[in-house]
Design a binder for this molecule. Structure first.
Ligand code: NDP
Length: 464
Protein backbone atom coordinates (compact mmCIF):
# COMPACT_ATOMS: atom_id res chain seq x y z
CA UNK A 1 0.00 0.00 0.00
CA UNK A 2 1.15 3.52 -0.74
CA UNK A 3 2.20 5.63 2.20
CA UNK A 4 1.57 8.91 0.42
CA UNK A 5 -0.96 11.39 1.77
CA UNK A 6 -1.69 13.08 -1.55
CA UNK A 7 -5.45 13.50 -1.87
CA UNK A 8 -7.62 13.46 -4.97
CA UNK A 9 -10.17 16.18 -5.86
CA UNK A 10 -12.71 14.76 -3.36
CA UNK A 11 -10.18 14.84 -0.53
CA UNK A 12 -9.72 11.03 -0.48
CA UNK A 13 -6.04 10.18 0.00
CA UNK A 14 -4.28 7.64 -2.20
CA UNK A 15 -3.90 5.47 0.91
CA UNK A 16 -7.64 5.48 1.64
CA UNK A 17 -8.53 5.04 -2.02
CA UNK A 18 -6.39 1.92 -2.31
CA UNK A 19 -8.53 0.22 0.35
CA UNK A 20 -11.77 1.62 -1.02
CA UNK A 21 -10.86 0.05 -4.36
CA UNK A 22 -10.70 -3.37 -2.72
CA UNK A 23 -14.08 -2.94 -1.06
CA UNK A 24 -15.75 -1.42 -4.13
CA UNK A 25 -14.51 -4.22 -6.32
CA UNK A 26 -15.99 -6.83 -4.00
CA UNK A 27 -19.16 -4.99 -2.97
CA UNK A 28 -19.91 -2.21 -5.44
CA UNK A 29 -23.55 -2.08 -4.34
CA UNK A 30 -22.93 -1.40 -0.65
CA UNK A 31 -22.72 2.43 -0.41
CA UNK A 32 -23.24 2.70 3.35
CA UNK A 33 -20.55 0.10 4.04
CA UNK A 34 -18.15 1.82 1.63
CA UNK A 35 -18.85 5.15 3.39
CA UNK A 36 -18.09 3.65 6.81
CA UNK A 37 -14.87 2.08 5.53
CA UNK A 38 -13.74 5.39 4.03
CA UNK A 39 -14.38 7.17 7.30
CA UNK A 40 -12.28 4.71 9.33
CA UNK A 41 -9.43 4.04 6.89
CA UNK A 42 -8.88 7.81 6.45
CA UNK A 43 -7.43 7.83 9.99
CA UNK A 44 -5.08 4.89 9.67
CA UNK A 45 -2.20 5.94 7.43
CA UNK A 46 0.00 7.32 10.24
CA UNK A 47 -0.83 4.25 12.34
CA UNK A 48 0.49 1.89 9.67
CA UNK A 49 3.55 4.09 9.23
CA UNK A 50 4.34 3.77 12.94
CA UNK A 51 3.39 0.06 13.14
CA UNK A 52 4.66 -1.69 10.00
CA UNK A 53 3.54 -5.04 11.46
CA UNK A 54 -0.07 -4.03 10.71
CA UNK A 55 0.89 -3.56 7.06
CA UNK A 56 2.91 -6.81 6.96
CA UNK A 57 0.05 -8.78 8.49
CA UNK A 58 -2.47 -7.08 6.16
CA UNK A 59 -4.59 -6.14 9.13
CA UNK A 60 -6.72 -3.58 7.27
CA UNK A 61 -7.46 -5.99 4.42
CA UNK A 62 -8.50 -8.60 7.00
CA UNK A 63 -10.55 -6.23 9.12
CA UNK A 64 -12.55 -5.07 6.08
CA UNK A 65 -13.89 -8.57 5.47
CA UNK A 66 -16.58 -9.85 7.88
CA UNK A 67 -15.75 -13.13 9.59
CA UNK A 68 -19.23 -14.35 8.71
CA UNK A 69 -22.53 -13.18 7.24
CA UNK A 70 -25.75 -15.11 7.71
CA UNK A 71 -28.86 -14.42 5.65
CA UNK A 72 -32.17 -16.22 6.07
CA UNK A 73 -35.85 -16.25 5.18
CA UNK A 74 -38.35 -15.12 7.82
CA UNK A 75 -41.91 -16.21 6.96
CA UNK A 76 -44.76 -15.06 9.22
CA UNK A 77 -48.50 -14.64 9.24
CA UNK A 78 -50.39 -11.37 9.78
CA UNK A 79 -53.56 -11.10 11.89
CA UNK A 80 -55.71 -11.15 8.75
CA UNK A 81 -54.20 -14.49 7.72
CA UNK A 82 -51.97 -13.14 4.93
CA UNK A 83 -48.50 -14.65 4.63
CA UNK A 84 -45.44 -12.40 4.57
CA UNK A 85 -41.79 -13.11 3.85
CA UNK A 86 -38.97 -10.93 5.18
CA UNK A 87 -35.23 -11.24 5.06
CA UNK A 88 -33.15 -11.80 8.21
CA UNK A 89 -29.43 -11.15 8.63
CA UNK A 90 -26.67 -11.45 11.19
CA UNK A 91 -23.19 -10.11 10.44
CA UNK A 92 -20.35 -11.33 12.67
CA UNK A 93 -17.69 -8.85 11.66
CA UNK A 94 -14.85 -9.28 14.09
CA UNK A 95 -14.39 -11.42 17.22
CA UNK A 96 -10.74 -10.60 18.01
CA UNK A 97 -11.51 -9.10 21.42
CA UNK A 98 -14.69 -10.95 22.38
CA UNK A 99 -17.96 -12.50 21.20
CA UNK A 100 -19.81 -10.58 18.48
CA UNK A 101 -21.92 -7.88 20.06
CA UNK A 102 -24.27 -5.44 18.37
CA UNK A 103 -27.95 -4.71 17.92
CA UNK A 104 -30.73 -5.98 15.71
CA UNK A 105 -32.50 -3.43 13.49
CA UNK A 106 -36.05 -3.98 12.19
CA UNK A 107 -36.77 -1.33 9.55
CA UNK A 108 -37.91 -1.52 5.91
CA UNK A 109 -34.68 0.20 4.81
CA UNK A 110 -32.47 -2.63 6.16
CA UNK A 111 -30.06 -4.12 3.61
CA UNK A 112 -26.82 -6.05 3.91
CA UNK A 113 -24.94 -2.81 3.16
CA UNK A 114 -26.52 -1.04 6.12
CA UNK A 115 -25.88 -3.94 8.47
CA UNK A 116 -22.27 -4.26 7.31
CA UNK A 117 -21.70 -0.55 7.94
CA UNK A 118 -23.23 -0.86 11.39
CA UNK A 119 -21.28 -4.03 12.25
CA UNK A 120 -18.04 -2.48 10.98
CA UNK A 121 -18.55 0.63 13.13
CA UNK A 122 -19.42 -1.62 16.04
CA UNK A 123 -15.94 -3.25 15.98
CA UNK A 124 -14.24 0.03 16.86
CA UNK A 125 -17.00 1.28 19.15
CA UNK A 126 -16.91 -1.91 21.21
CA UNK A 127 -13.14 -1.78 21.39
CA UNK A 128 -13.34 1.82 22.66
CA UNK A 129 -15.57 0.81 25.58
CA UNK A 130 -12.69 -1.21 27.04
CA UNK A 131 -15.06 -4.18 27.39
CA UNK A 132 -14.28 -7.65 25.92
CA UNK A 133 -16.76 -7.55 23.01
CA UNK A 134 -16.35 -8.03 19.26
CA UNK A 135 -18.37 -6.34 16.52
CA UNK A 136 -21.60 -7.59 14.98
CA UNK A 137 -25.01 -6.41 13.83
CA UNK A 138 -28.17 -7.90 12.40
CA UNK A 139 -31.79 -7.35 11.65
CA UNK A 140 -34.50 -7.51 9.07
CA UNK A 141 -36.40 -5.42 6.53
CA UNK A 142 -39.53 -6.12 8.62
CA UNK A 143 -41.45 -2.95 9.58
CA UNK A 144 -42.96 -3.23 13.07
CA UNK A 145 -44.82 0.08 12.71
CA UNK A 146 -48.57 -0.43 12.50
CA UNK A 147 -48.27 -4.12 13.42
CA UNK A 148 -50.13 -5.61 16.39
CA UNK A 149 -48.26 -7.12 19.34
CA UNK A 150 -49.32 -10.57 18.14
CA UNK A 151 -47.87 -9.94 14.68
CA UNK A 152 -44.60 -8.64 16.13
CA UNK A 153 -44.43 -11.71 18.37
CA UNK A 154 -44.96 -14.13 15.45
CA UNK A 155 -42.32 -12.30 13.43
CA UNK A 156 -39.80 -12.39 16.30
CA UNK A 157 -40.45 -16.09 16.89
CA UNK A 158 -39.88 -16.89 13.22
CA UNK A 159 -36.74 -14.73 13.13
CA UNK A 160 -35.27 -16.45 16.20
CA UNK A 161 -36.17 -19.92 14.90
CA UNK A 162 -33.27 -19.54 12.47
CA UNK A 163 -31.06 -17.08 14.36
CA UNK A 164 -30.80 -19.25 17.49
CA UNK A 165 -28.27 -21.64 15.93
CA UNK A 166 -25.84 -18.79 15.20
CA UNK A 167 -25.91 -16.89 18.51
CA UNK A 168 -25.09 -17.69 22.13
CA UNK A 169 -23.86 -15.96 25.28
CA UNK A 170 -20.23 -16.83 24.45
CA UNK A 171 -20.55 -16.53 20.65
CA UNK A 172 -22.75 -13.66 19.58
CA UNK A 173 -24.94 -11.53 21.83
CA UNK A 174 -27.47 -9.34 19.96
CA UNK A 175 -29.32 -6.36 21.47
CA UNK A 176 -31.83 -3.74 20.25
CA UNK A 177 -31.52 -0.98 17.67
CA UNK A 178 -34.05 0.87 15.50
CA UNK A 179 -37.38 -0.95 15.70
CA UNK A 180 -36.14 -3.39 18.33
CA UNK A 181 -36.91 -2.35 21.91
CA UNK A 182 -37.92 -4.13 25.10
CA UNK A 183 -41.01 -5.74 23.52
CA UNK A 184 -39.06 -7.33 20.65
CA UNK A 185 -36.16 -8.43 22.89
CA UNK A 186 -38.72 -10.16 25.13
CA UNK A 187 -40.29 -12.13 22.27
CA UNK A 188 -36.88 -13.02 20.79
CA UNK A 189 -35.57 -14.20 24.16
CA UNK A 190 -38.69 -16.27 24.86
CA UNK A 191 -38.28 -18.17 21.61
CA UNK A 192 -34.52 -18.68 22.12
CA UNK A 193 -35.14 -20.06 25.61
CA UNK A 194 -37.84 -22.38 24.35
CA UNK A 195 -35.81 -23.80 21.47
CA UNK A 196 -32.51 -24.22 23.32
CA UNK A 197 -33.86 -25.17 26.74
CA UNK A 198 -31.47 -22.67 28.33
CA UNK A 199 -31.83 -19.38 30.17
CA UNK A 200 -28.66 -17.46 29.37
CA UNK A 201 -27.49 -13.94 28.64
CA UNK A 202 -27.89 -14.46 24.88
CA UNK A 203 -29.54 -11.08 24.36
CA UNK A 204 -29.02 -7.79 26.16
CA UNK A 205 -31.61 -5.09 26.66
CA UNK A 206 -33.73 -7.58 28.62
CA UNK A 207 -36.23 -6.38 31.18
CA UNK A 208 -34.61 -5.91 34.63
CA UNK A 209 -37.20 -8.35 35.98
CA UNK A 210 -35.56 -11.25 34.08
CA UNK A 211 -31.87 -10.53 33.81
CA UNK A 212 -31.60 -7.10 32.21
CA UNK A 213 -29.32 -4.41 33.56
CA UNK A 214 -30.82 -1.37 35.15
CA UNK A 215 -30.13 1.72 33.04
CA UNK A 216 -29.63 -0.17 29.75
CA UNK A 217 -32.53 1.67 28.04
CA UNK A 218 -31.12 5.01 29.20
CA UNK A 219 -27.47 4.23 28.45
CA UNK A 220 -27.02 5.36 24.83
CA UNK A 221 -28.77 8.71 25.24
CA UNK A 222 -27.19 9.38 28.64
CA UNK A 223 -23.78 8.40 27.25
CA UNK A 224 -24.09 10.77 24.27
CA UNK A 225 -24.77 13.61 26.70
CA UNK A 226 -21.92 12.58 29.02
CA UNK A 227 -19.59 12.57 26.03
CA UNK A 228 -20.83 16.03 25.02
CA UNK A 229 -20.28 17.27 28.57
CA UNK A 230 -16.67 16.04 28.43
CA UNK A 231 -16.07 17.75 25.06
CA UNK A 232 -17.64 20.97 26.35
CA UNK A 233 -15.64 20.94 29.57
CA UNK A 234 -12.38 20.36 27.74
CA UNK A 235 -13.16 23.41 25.56
CA UNK A 236 -14.03 25.57 28.58
CA UNK A 237 -17.80 25.37 27.97
CA UNK A 238 -20.73 23.82 29.80
CA UNK A 239 -23.95 22.18 28.60
CA UNK A 240 -25.90 24.20 31.15
CA UNK A 241 -28.27 26.60 29.40
CA UNK A 242 -27.43 25.27 25.92
CA UNK A 243 -30.34 25.04 23.46
CA UNK A 244 -30.10 21.58 21.93
CA UNK A 245 -31.44 20.16 18.67
CA UNK A 246 -32.34 16.49 19.13
CA UNK A 247 -33.52 14.38 16.17
CA UNK A 248 -35.48 11.14 16.45
CA UNK A 249 -37.94 10.42 19.23
CA UNK A 250 -37.04 6.82 19.98
CA UNK A 251 -34.86 5.26 22.62
CA UNK A 252 -31.71 7.32 22.10
CA UNK A 253 -33.47 10.66 21.58
CA UNK A 254 -35.72 10.23 24.62
CA UNK A 255 -32.91 9.54 27.07
CA UNK A 256 -30.61 12.15 25.53
CA UNK A 257 -33.41 14.63 26.26
CA UNK A 258 -33.81 13.43 29.82
CA UNK A 259 -30.10 13.77 30.60
CA UNK A 260 -29.94 17.17 28.90
CA UNK A 261 -32.82 18.39 31.07
CA UNK A 262 -31.08 16.98 34.18
CA UNK A 263 -27.88 18.83 33.26
CA UNK A 264 -29.67 22.15 32.85
CA UNK A 265 -29.65 22.20 29.03
CA UNK A 266 -32.76 22.86 26.95
CA UNK A 267 -33.77 20.34 24.25
CA UNK A 268 -35.97 22.17 21.73
CA UNK A 269 -36.61 19.72 18.85
CA UNK A 270 -37.56 16.07 18.24
CA UNK A 271 -38.52 14.21 15.08
CA UNK A 272 -39.83 10.99 13.60
CA UNK A 273 -40.25 9.66 10.08
CA UNK A 274 -43.26 11.89 9.45
CA UNK A 275 -41.97 15.24 10.72
CA UNK A 276 -40.29 17.26 13.44
CA UNK A 277 -41.38 19.51 16.29
CA UNK A 278 -39.82 22.73 17.56
CA UNK A 279 -40.66 23.85 21.08
CA UNK A 280 -38.99 27.21 21.79
CA UNK A 281 -39.92 26.90 25.49
CA UNK A 282 -37.92 23.69 25.73
CA UNK A 283 -38.94 20.07 26.30
CA UNK A 284 -39.21 19.57 30.07
CA UNK A 285 -39.74 16.39 32.13
CA UNK A 286 -43.52 16.58 31.81
CA UNK A 287 -43.41 17.04 28.04
CA UNK A 288 -40.86 14.23 27.77
CA UNK A 289 -43.16 11.92 29.73
CA UNK A 290 -45.84 12.69 27.12
CA UNK A 291 -43.40 11.81 24.31
CA UNK A 292 -42.43 8.52 25.99
CA UNK A 293 -46.04 7.48 26.44
CA UNK A 294 -46.80 8.55 22.85
CA UNK A 295 -43.87 6.70 21.24
CA UNK A 296 -43.41 3.70 23.54
CA UNK A 297 -47.00 2.84 24.52
CA UNK A 298 -49.32 4.24 21.86
CA UNK A 299 -46.68 4.14 19.10
CA UNK A 300 -48.08 7.40 17.67
CA UNK A 301 -46.63 10.26 15.62
CA UNK A 302 -44.58 13.17 17.03
CA UNK A 303 -47.06 15.58 15.39
CA UNK A 304 -49.29 14.99 18.42
CA UNK A 305 -46.77 16.87 20.56
CA UNK A 306 -47.57 20.14 18.79
CA UNK A 307 -51.32 19.49 19.13
CA UNK A 308 -50.89 18.91 22.85
CA UNK A 309 -48.47 21.69 23.89
CA UNK A 310 -49.20 25.28 22.87
CA UNK A 311 -46.25 27.19 21.47
CA UNK A 312 -44.77 24.11 19.79
CA UNK A 313 -44.62 23.86 15.99
CA UNK A 314 -44.76 20.76 13.80
CA UNK A 315 -43.36 20.47 10.27
CA UNK A 316 -44.05 17.45 8.08
CA UNK A 317 -41.28 15.60 6.21
CA UNK A 318 -41.09 12.64 3.89
CA UNK A 319 -38.45 10.90 5.99
CA UNK A 320 -35.86 11.64 8.65
CA UNK A 321 -33.27 11.95 5.92
CA UNK A 322 -35.44 14.82 4.70
CA UNK A 323 -35.97 16.88 7.86
CA UNK A 324 -33.24 19.33 6.91
CA UNK A 325 -35.11 22.47 8.00
CA UNK A 326 -34.73 21.27 11.59
CA UNK A 327 -31.01 21.95 11.46
CA UNK A 328 -31.68 25.67 10.71
CA UNK A 329 -33.19 26.32 14.17
CA UNK A 330 -30.94 28.55 16.29
CA UNK A 331 -29.17 26.43 18.87
CA UNK A 332 -25.91 25.77 20.71
CA UNK A 333 -25.61 21.99 20.35
CA UNK A 334 -27.01 19.13 18.26
CA UNK A 335 -27.68 15.48 19.11
CA UNK A 336 -28.65 13.67 15.88
CA UNK A 337 -30.31 10.52 17.26
CA UNK A 338 -32.49 9.07 14.48
CA UNK A 339 -30.58 7.35 11.69
CA UNK A 340 -27.64 7.41 9.25
CA UNK A 341 -26.93 10.36 6.91
CA UNK A 342 -29.46 12.76 8.44
CA UNK A 343 -26.98 15.69 8.29
CA UNK A 344 -25.50 16.59 4.89
CA UNK A 345 -23.15 19.44 3.96
CA UNK A 346 -25.98 21.96 3.61
CA UNK A 347 -27.32 20.97 7.01
CA UNK A 348 -23.84 21.30 8.48
CA UNK A 349 -23.61 24.84 7.07
CA UNK A 350 -27.02 25.60 8.60
CA UNK A 351 -25.89 24.26 11.96
CA UNK A 352 -22.84 26.51 11.88
CA UNK A 353 -24.97 29.54 10.92
CA UNK A 354 -27.47 28.64 13.66
CA UNK A 355 -24.66 28.92 16.22
CA UNK A 356 -24.08 25.25 17.02
CA UNK A 357 -20.71 24.72 18.74
CA UNK A 358 -20.97 21.03 19.54
CA UNK A 359 -22.43 17.92 17.85
CA UNK A 360 -22.67 14.61 19.68
CA UNK A 361 -23.78 11.73 17.45
CA UNK A 362 -26.38 9.63 19.27
CA UNK A 363 -27.18 7.79 16.03
CA UNK A 364 -24.74 5.75 13.96
CA UNK A 365 -23.14 7.73 11.11
CA UNK A 366 -25.82 10.48 11.15
CA UNK A 367 -23.41 12.96 9.55
CA UNK A 368 -22.03 12.40 6.06
CA UNK A 369 -18.20 12.52 5.82
CA UNK A 370 -18.15 15.86 3.96
CA UNK A 371 -20.63 17.33 6.46
CA UNK A 372 -18.31 16.18 9.27
CA UNK A 373 -15.41 17.93 7.53
CA UNK A 374 -17.49 21.12 7.23
CA UNK A 375 -18.29 21.09 10.95
CA UNK A 376 -14.76 20.29 12.10
CA UNK A 377 -13.21 22.87 9.75
CA UNK A 378 -15.52 25.49 11.28
CA UNK A 379 -14.29 24.58 14.77
CA UNK A 380 -17.44 22.70 15.84
CA UNK A 381 -16.65 19.96 18.38
CA UNK A 382 -17.80 16.68 16.84
CA UNK A 383 -18.27 13.54 18.91
CA UNK A 384 -18.43 10.68 16.35
CA UNK A 385 -21.08 8.02 16.89
CA UNK A 386 -18.64 5.20 17.55
CA UNK A 387 -17.46 7.11 20.61
CA UNK A 388 -20.43 9.28 21.61
CA UNK A 389 -23.10 6.55 21.41
CA UNK A 390 -20.93 3.75 22.85
CA UNK A 391 -22.69 4.02 26.22
CA UNK A 392 -25.43 1.62 25.11
CA UNK A 393 -23.14 -1.22 24.20
CA UNK A 394 -20.96 -0.50 27.22
CA UNK A 395 -23.93 -1.09 29.52
CA UNK A 396 -24.85 -4.14 27.43
CA UNK A 397 -21.40 -5.48 28.32
CA UNK A 398 -22.13 -4.67 31.97
CA UNK A 399 -25.39 -6.62 31.55
CA UNK A 400 -23.38 -9.61 30.26
CA UNK A 401 -21.09 -9.36 33.29
CA UNK A 402 -24.04 -9.22 35.69
CA UNK A 403 -25.70 -12.17 33.91
CA UNK A 404 -22.63 -14.37 34.16
CA UNK A 405 -22.17 -13.50 37.83
CA UNK A 406 -25.92 -13.87 38.51
CA UNK A 407 -25.77 -10.42 40.09
CA UNK A 408 -27.70 -7.20 39.73
CA UNK A 409 -26.10 -3.82 40.23
CA UNK A 410 -28.01 -0.71 41.34
CA UNK A 411 -28.77 1.95 38.77
CA UNK A 412 -26.42 4.30 40.65
CA UNK A 413 -23.62 1.78 40.24
CA UNK A 414 -24.33 1.27 36.53
CA UNK A 415 -24.57 5.04 35.98
CA UNK A 416 -21.26 5.55 37.78
CA UNK A 417 -19.60 2.96 35.54
CA UNK A 418 -21.26 4.40 32.41
CA UNK A 419 -20.05 7.90 33.19
CA UNK A 420 -16.55 6.57 33.90
CA UNK A 421 -16.50 4.65 30.60
CA UNK A 422 -17.65 7.70 28.59
CA UNK A 423 -14.98 9.79 30.29
CA UNK A 424 -12.33 7.17 29.44
CA UNK A 425 -13.49 6.96 25.82
CA UNK A 426 -13.26 10.75 25.57
CA UNK A 427 -9.72 10.69 26.95
CA UNK A 428 -8.66 7.77 24.71
CA UNK A 429 -9.96 9.59 21.60
CA UNK A 430 -8.14 12.78 22.46
CA UNK A 431 -4.84 11.16 23.32
CA UNK A 432 -4.86 8.97 20.17
CA UNK A 433 -5.72 11.97 17.98
CA UNK A 434 -2.93 14.06 19.51
CA UNK A 435 -0.40 11.24 19.41
CA UNK A 436 -0.93 10.63 15.67
CA UNK A 437 -0.96 14.29 14.64
CA UNK A 438 -4.71 14.88 14.36
CA UNK A 439 -4.95 17.56 17.08
CA UNK A 440 -8.30 17.39 18.86
CA UNK A 441 -10.18 15.71 16.02
CA UNK A 442 -12.26 13.11 17.86
CA UNK A 443 -13.11 11.26 14.64
CA UNK A 444 -9.52 10.20 14.01
CA UNK A 445 -8.90 9.59 17.70
CA UNK A 446 -11.89 7.23 17.94
CA UNK A 447 -10.87 5.31 14.83
CA UNK A 448 -7.24 4.94 15.90
CA UNK A 449 -7.88 4.02 19.54
CA UNK A 450 -10.58 1.53 18.51
CA UNK A 451 -8.48 0.02 15.71
CA UNK A 452 -5.22 -0.48 17.60
CA UNK A 453 -6.64 -2.76 20.28
CA UNK A 454 -8.35 -4.97 17.69
CA UNK A 455 -5.30 -5.01 15.41
CA UNK A 456 -3.03 -6.08 18.26
CA UNK A 457 -5.43 -8.87 19.24
CA UNK A 458 -5.56 -10.07 15.63
CA UNK A 459 -1.78 -10.27 15.49
CA UNK A 460 -1.64 -12.11 18.82
CA UNK A 461 -4.16 -14.69 17.60
CA UNK A 462 -2.39 -15.49 14.33
CA UNK A 463 -3.87 -15.83 10.86
CA UNK A 464 -7.43 -16.91 11.64
P1 NDP B 1 -35.75 3.78 17.76
O1 NDP B 1 -36.39 2.83 16.83
O2 NDP B 1 -36.09 3.71 19.19
O3 NDP B 1 -36.00 5.27 17.27
C1 NDP B 1 -35.60 5.70 16.00
C2 NDP B 1 -36.18 7.09 15.71
O4 NDP B 1 -35.66 7.57 14.47
C3 NDP B 1 -37.67 7.08 15.55
O5 NDP B 1 -38.16 8.34 15.95
C4 NDP B 1 -37.88 6.84 14.04
O6 NDP B 1 -39.07 7.40 13.56
C5 NDP B 1 -36.68 7.58 13.46
N1 NDP B 1 -36.15 6.90 12.26
C6 NDP B 1 -35.29 5.87 12.23
N2 NDP B 1 -34.96 5.51 10.99
C7 NDP B 1 -35.62 6.33 10.18
C8 NDP B 1 -35.68 6.47 8.76
N3 NDP B 1 -34.93 5.74 7.93
N4 NDP B 1 -36.50 7.39 8.26
C9 NDP B 1 -37.21 8.15 9.10
N5 NDP B 1 -37.20 8.06 10.45
C10 NDP B 1 -36.41 7.17 10.99
O7 NDP B 1 -34.17 3.59 17.54
P2 NDP B 1 -32.98 4.00 18.52
O8 NDP B 1 -33.31 5.26 19.23
O9 NDP B 1 -32.58 2.81 19.29
O10 NDP B 1 -31.79 4.27 17.47
C11 NDP B 1 -31.56 5.55 16.89
C12 NDP B 1 -30.15 5.61 16.34
O11 NDP B 1 -29.20 5.38 17.40
C13 NDP B 1 -29.80 4.58 15.26
O12 NDP B 1 -28.85 5.13 14.37
C14 NDP B 1 -29.14 3.47 16.08
O13 NDP B 1 -28.29 2.65 15.27
C15 NDP B 1 -28.34 4.32 17.05
N6 NDP B 1 -27.92 3.62 18.26
C16 NDP B 1 -28.84 3.03 19.09
C17 NDP B 1 -28.41 2.40 20.23
C18 NDP B 1 -29.37 1.85 21.23
O14 NDP B 1 -28.93 1.47 22.33
N7 NDP B 1 -30.68 1.81 20.96
C19 NDP B 1 -26.97 2.23 20.53
C20 NDP B 1 -26.10 2.97 19.65
C21 NDP B 1 -26.57 3.61 18.54
P3 NDP B 1 -40.46 6.60 13.66
O15 NDP B 1 -40.90 6.74 15.08
O16 NDP B 1 -41.34 7.29 12.69
O17 NDP B 1 -40.14 5.19 13.29
Amino acid sequence: MSGTTVADARGVSVFTQSYLDIVKQRDPNQPEFIQAVQEVVASLEPVLDRHPEYRDQRIIERILEPERVIQFRVPWQADDGTVHVNRGFRVGFNSAIGPYKGGLRFHPSVTLSILKFLAFEQIFKNSLTGQPIGGGKGGSDFDPRGRSNAEVMRFCQSFMTELFRHVGHNTDVPAGDIGVGGREIGYLFGQYKRITNTFTGVLTGRSPGWGGSLLRPEATGYGAVYFAAEMAQKAGMSLEGMRCLVSGSGNVAQYACRKLIEMGAKPITLSDSSGWIYDPDGIDEEKLAFVMELKNERRGRIAEYAQHFSGAHWSPTESTADHHAMWCVEADAAFPSATQNEINVTDAEHLIEAGVKLVSEGANMPTTPDAQDTLVDAGVLLGPGKAANAGGVAVSALEMAQASQRQRWSSEEVDRQLRGIMCEIHGACLSAAESYGFGNDYRHGANIAGFRKVANAMIDQGLV
